[in-house]
Design a protein around this ligand. Sequence first.
Ligand code: BEZ
Length: 213
Amino acid sequence: MAALRLGDEAPNFIAQTTEGEIDFHNWLGEDWGILFSHPADYTPVCTTELGTVSKYANEFKKRNVKVAALSVDGLESHHGWIKDINETQDTTVNFPIIADEDRKVSELYDMIHPNADSQLTVRSVFVIAPDKKIKLTITYPASTGRNFDELLRVIDSLQLTAYHKVATPANWTSGEDCVIVPSVPNEEIAELFPKGYKEIKPYLRMTPQPNLN
Ligand code: BEZ
């Protein structure tokens, strides 16, 4: 199966998770989604990652994002490991972990990279918009824990583009000026961006972040 690309529809699936069976698209509903895989249960980096994601629950909720994790381990293993995550990371895991023992979802999302490891999923991340289109893919190696602040930053940027017609410049963080997307003609700027804008070049027009007071 060809790798999934930006703009592709996120494939639907039915899977067993630590929070019961889910039909992925129905479970996402109208929300944004993050589907992320990790190599295995009871491993150190993964333990810190899933603990961190649990602690970010409010940040995901604020942005209407549902999160699901996945590995090729089974439900019993997931449930046992969750106890360790809760204990060692001082949290309560609050999102479903998919049990993908038959590798159905891993293969659908190309999460096993055989030249890295023939059996285990790598650290894949998919951000999915409410229309079920894939908006971001990132792949990290097993030995590098992901930066979930960066994921929130990208989701903020994607939502600004989707809802406010702005893009975000290099190293942007929330609160900084944004770039008016090229498809907005100058004649529409006054109405769309009442906070004003600065034209540095005809193709480089900056405006204060639209969704802040
Ligand atoms: C980990 O999750 O800690 C891990 C998994 C595979 C290789 C290295 C680290």
